[in-house]
Design a protein. Structure first.
Ligand code: VGL
Ligand code: ZN
Length: 184
């Protein structure tokens, strides 16, 4: 499974909080437990920006400073209890370039291929940015994608962005499921 950016800065109290972002944690935990017990690989992407990243307003970007590499805000949410066995993928790490996809300028695809992974279970933050772009790339690269809808939360900068992102991912071929519908 691929856990997209469940980091403190994207949760309530963080600098770029997804409204109700902490509500995704129980669903994500349920799925993580299934994967842990099944001995299946867990990948966790994290936004890992330098302090002068181009996506920050001081540099003319659209966002407040968030997920600065090594800062508290960049940590995975404590409630998630990220297992030590998770494979961590840091992204958007260079000052001059932003990226929303966990596949962009990372070795996520290579690592998944090495494990012969063909299907991804995806959830995280934010539905309308990093989840959407990660799922787009996953489908383009030929992975089957199961999107865990209750493990996703949207920034909704424009009302309805999250809904439209879900619709687009479904149209592109992702299967949308709720964590309650996963096998026990
Ligand atoms: C994200 C905005 C800026 C995300 C990352 O994880 O969806 N959104 N950086
Ligand atoms: Zn970012």
């Amino acid at each position: 499974m691929v856990i997209v950016e469940i980091q403190r800065d994207f949760l309530p109290g963080g600098s770029l909080a997804v409204p109700g972002g902490d509500a995704v944690v129980p669903a994500m935990r349920r799925c993580m437990k299934l994967f842990e017990h099944g001995g299946l690989p867990i990948f966790a992407t994290r936004d890992w920006h330098p302090p002068d990243h181009c996506s920050f307003r001081a540099q003319g970007g659209p966002w407040p400073p968030h997920c600065v590499a090594g800062s508290r805000g960049a940590q995975f949410a404590g409630a998630l209890q990220m297992p030590a066995s998770a494979n961590v993928i840091s992204k958007a790490t260079t000052p001059g370039k932003d990226s929303y996809s966990g596949f962009e300028d990372t070795d996520l695809d290579a690592q998944l291929r090495a494990l012969r992974v063909r299907r991804l279970f995806v959830g995280g933050l934010a539905t309308d940015y990093c989840v959407l772009n990660t799922v787009r790339d996953a489908l383009r690269l030929g992975y089957a994608v199961v999107l865990l809808t209750d493990a996703c939360g949207a920034l909704d900068v424009n009302p309805g962005d999250g809904r439209r992102a879900l619709d687009e991912m479904q149209r592109l071929g992702a299967r949308l499921v709720e964590s309650a519908d996963l096998p026990e």
